[in-house]
Design a binder for this molecule. Structure first.
Ligand SMILES: N[C@@H](CCC(=O)N[C@@H](CSC=O)C(=O)NCC(=O)O)C(=O)O
Length: 279
């Protein structure tokens, strides 16, 4: 599988780069950003994946989070994938911001016509994971994952479904149960039988997670306009019921909204949290 370099720039002594490649599981070209700390030229480095929210591309986090200075300081590579396939040309793909482009929801679609392209779960946890592992000077067994909103949910389910693959997981304002925010997308991708969505439901998966002790950090703003469809209490309750395997730190942040100003405020905490598990 070959990577095409689209752009590169020095940043905090390291480099921010954008690549494209042909995705087998999504059957289209996919783009992603990485941040490579300067240390990668001498030693293999750990990796931290960031999954973005609905409407984002691979660019939002790189340009708006202020994360790169902390990844540079901690010697961690960042990988920022896109949020959906692009170019599938499926009817209705651009009609609503909660379905299709920018709203892949990190699941593998089972329903046609989506199943040929919308396979973001396999893309993140397998195809791009393997591509990154073979293309960069990384420590393969030191990888962690975090995300925002839809991407926070994607990070949680990726960690719950793959014990040992990610050393730690964190999220900003994650969707904790996709039943409402993801209703449009998941009905199209997985069908109308909501019991079939449980395999991608963070609050369901948290209850049954068994594996190495998983440390989770979540920050949630109290002034988040989307709070009513995030269901944080379901994740908190599920993690409490499985406290033998999961250690959740959940911070309610007074007055903060859902956006990247909120992410920017707490990004250092999240990178330090992951650094402790990776370094
Ligand atoms: N277009 C929507 C708002 C979309 C939005 O707020 N998206 C969030 C993620 S929401 C859950 O996944 C986001 O990250 N946006 C990108 C950004 O750079 O802020 C509307 O009009 O309400």
């Amino acid at each position: 599988m070959s990577l095409q370099l689209l752009s590169t720039s020095k940043c905090y002594n390291g480099e921010v780069k954008r690549y494209s490649h042909q995705s087998k599981c999504n059957n289209c070209e996919m783009k992603f950003h990485v941040y490579l700390p300067a240390t990668i030229s001498k030693n293999a480095v750990p990796v931290l994946w960031f999954l973005s929210g609905i409407t984002c591309t691979d660019e939002n986090f790189i340009t708006k989070s202020c994360a790169l200075q902390f990844a540079s300081r901690e010697g961690i590579m960042l990988v920022c994938p896109d949020t959906s396939p692009r170019g599938a040309g499926i009817e209705g793909e651009q009609a609503d911001w909660t379905l299709g482009l920018g709203a892949g929801f990190y699941v593998d679609a089972t329903n046609e016509p989506w199943s040929n392209n919308y396979n973001m779960y396999t893309y993140i946890t397998s195809e791009l994971y393997d591509l990154v592992s073979t293309s960069f000077n990384i420590i393969k067994d030191k990888q962690s994952i975090f995300g925002h909103s839809m991407g926070g949910h994607g990070a949680l389910i990726s960690a719950f479904k793959n014990p040992s693959k990610y050393r730690s997981v964190s999220a900003f304002a994650p969707i904790c149960n996709p039943v409402t925010f993801g209703e449009n997308a998941l009905t199209h991708y997985l069908g109308g039988d909501k019991t079939k969505w449980d395999v991608y439901n963070a609050s369901v998966l948290a209850k049954s997670y068994q594996g190495p002790q998983l440390d989770i950090l979540v920050d949630q703003g109290t002034a988040d306009d989307f709070l009513y469809k995030l269901y944080p209490d379901q994740l908190i309750d599920a993690c409490k019921s499985n406290s033998a395997n999961i250690n959740l730190t959940f911070n309610h942040r007074e007055g903060y909204p859902h956006n990247y100003w909120f992410i920017q405020t707490f990004i250092e905490d999240h990178i330090v949290f992951h650094s402790k598990h990776l370094n």
